[in-house]
Design a protein around this ligand. Structure first.
Ligand code: BV8
Ligand code: ZN
Length: 257
């Protein structure tokens, strides 16, 4: 356990009064949800996600893009929160104050018991009309195969196509979510960044904002990332193993007080 969780990380989390937990796709990797850049399962490799995750791609071929998101949503529907998600919820229950800020569009943090994750990049479970932005119902479970085109539903109010409720490249992040994330990050004493490559902006700024305001930064990632330079402690390992070990070392178990 010791080599997994150095004393410094245990002390930082144990004495934290206000912690921001910042998560990326690596958080859900052990639940079987593909990340963006992992060679084997990476969404980038198969679909050039960066090209598909744009409003232009949706305009060009709404069925291809809607089908891609419905395929991703079906994977999330079959997935379960992993011990890392549960450990995040345990930290939130034990540290007096803080926030969970996620770049993920899945609902695994919610299903693990996190009360109010801040979704910087939206959610697979909040489709809306591309024209009048009216919220649309989440379609009943289909099982779209990978790469199958599925024509998007039509808005009940103006019959324009419904789009996924995620933030595409070139789109502004939801003002409210970004403001909440910056507010929490600029006043926390510890930022725990988990499973993100730290390459997509402005979300990737979050750990740097925390450090700039004097917070300690702990990173959990099996690989090196640009955030290594910002982190005070780098825990080199998978979230589903490292986070429960960290919670165990600080509080002796993951069930909240
Ligand atoms: C904007 C939702 C302006 C959609 C996503 C040049 C320089 C700087 C910026 C730019 C630039 N060119 C363009 C930009 C802007 C662009 C950007 O940053 N591009 C990058 C590629 C350079 N950003 C934008 O366009 C943003 N908007 O700038 O708008 C604007 C302003 C005002 C008005 C109008 C416009 C919007 C960006 C949001 C895009 N949407 N997601 C969808 O899901 O399809 S981004 C998506 O990729 C994720 O949400 C995440 O944010 C990002 C990266 O993914 P990660 O979560 O980090 O996952 P990744 O696969 O990359 O890494 C996984 C990590 O986990 C790895 O490190 C791996 O080692 C680790 N891991 C693996 N297994 C485990 C693990 N860790 C722990 N445990 C494990 N088991
Ligand atoms: Zn509409």
């Amino acid at each position: 356990m010791g080599q997994l969780v150095p004393r410094e990380a245990v002390a930082l989390l144990g004495q934290a009064r206000r912690v921001v937990i910042f998560t990326g796709a690596g958080m859900s990797a052990e639940s079987g949800v593909p990340t963006f850049r992992d060679a084997l399962t990476g969404l980038w490799q198969r679909f050039d996600a960066q090209a598909l995750a744009t409003s232009q791609a949706f305009r060009d071929d709404p069925a291809l893009v809607w089908g891609w998101y419905e395929w991703r949503r079906s994977i999330v529907g079959r997935a379960r929160p992993n011990p890392g998600h549960l450990a995040v919820a345990a930290i939130e229950a034990r540290v007096p104050d803080g926030a969970l800020v996620t770049q993920n569009v899945d609902d695994l943090h919610e299903r693990a018991g996190s009360p109010a994750p801040v979704h910087l990049h939206g959610s697979l479970f909040a489709p809306r009309c591309v024209a009048c932005a009216h919220p649309a119902p989440v379609p009943a479970e289909e099982e779209p195969a990978e790469g199958r085109r599925v024509p998007p539903p039509r808005c009940a109010h103006c019959s324009a196509p419904v789009r996924p409720g995620v933030v595409w490249f070139g789109e502004a992040l939801p003002q409210e979510a970004l403001a909440a994330a910056v507010e929490a990050t600029s006043s926390c004493d510890l930022l725990l960044t988990v499973g993100t490559s730290g390459l997509v902006y402005p979300a990737a700024e979050i750990p740097q904002v925390a450090a700039r305001f004097g917070a300690a930064v702990i990173q959990v990632n099996p690989e090196e990332t640009p955030l290594d330079a910002v982190a005070d402690v780098n825990l080199r390992g998978p979230a589903a193993r490292v986070l429960p070990a960290l919670v165990e070392a600080v509080w002796g178990g993951t069930d909240p007080a």
